[in-house]
Design a binder for this molecule. Sequence first.
Ligand code: IPM
Ligand code: MG
Length: 334
Amino acid sequence: MMPRVAVIPGDGVGPEIVEAVVPVLEMVADALGIPIELRFYEAGDGTKARMGRALPEETFQGVLKADATLMVAIGETAREVILPLRQRLDLYANLRPAKSYPLPKAVPGFDLTIVRENTEDLYVMSGWSNQDAAVDLRVISRRGSERICRFGYNYARKMGKSRVYVVHKANVLEGCRLFRKVCSEVAAEEGFEYREMYVDSAAMRIALDRPFDVIITTNMFGDILSDLAAAFIGGLGMYPSANLGEGRAIFEPVHGTAPELAGRNLANPMATILSASMMLDWLGYSEGAKLMEEAVRRTCERGLTTPDVGGTLGTREVGLRVSEMIGSILRERS
Ligand code: IPM
Ligand code: MG
């Protein structure tokens, strides 16, 4: 069966990144005989302006029917697109591997994966407000905590990573006390030493000495810590992610629409290339995934990058250089 991939370019730098990345994906697919079929859908600010809805039903159905989705950047309407997709598809795990590639602005050897719960916490988007006060509901459930924690330990096992920390604020928050309790039970069941850290302290330790390989945490803390982690790998332009549920997945760069770069051929396509690599791996094409990642590594090593990570090339040119690198890796092997 031919896996179907829904592609959502979105707003801002999204479309130009898609133009640079799709040929890279197609090249890997052709070279390795991976039979993927791409279908394009729209969503985001531009879509809302034209059609009155940021996430049209056709796009939602396309994502629902696809085997995987690659989504690039959604602007002001992110709350109407990304968050409902995560909720409606029950994509409970947000996997964010922050790994450094050879770049002048990246800390060598930085390799920290944030496993972020993706459906609960302050993101249930329920609250009240009046002129004088606003309340956001923070929901942490046993089921939500259990499944993200299990996901995190299974991921760590698969990747051969042992320094797994559960990050919370159980000294203050009721929900974090439940999260901590459930995670410590899951750690024992999964045969991991239970290690934990308060989120404020974890932020400092990310910057200082990084005693962890994997951080398992709640939704909002994961959102904040992942942008912090990005600072050590050269910025958001290098940071891929996967929103994963049971048999469903949306892959997206952690960065947003970068309006100041839009239309200028300046945006870094690497985060999306790495997201596409994670997608191939999830679809069962690990060889294709590794090939893409290796091409990114070599392209970075040669400084063939966009200005945000120290290079002088444009979005399109970086895409072309990565494709060329894939070609040369394949020739080396044959
Ligand atoms: C992210 C983003 C989103 C989030 C926004 C755009 C809704 O910051 O994916 O990290 O808060 O989850
Ligand atoms: Mg974020």
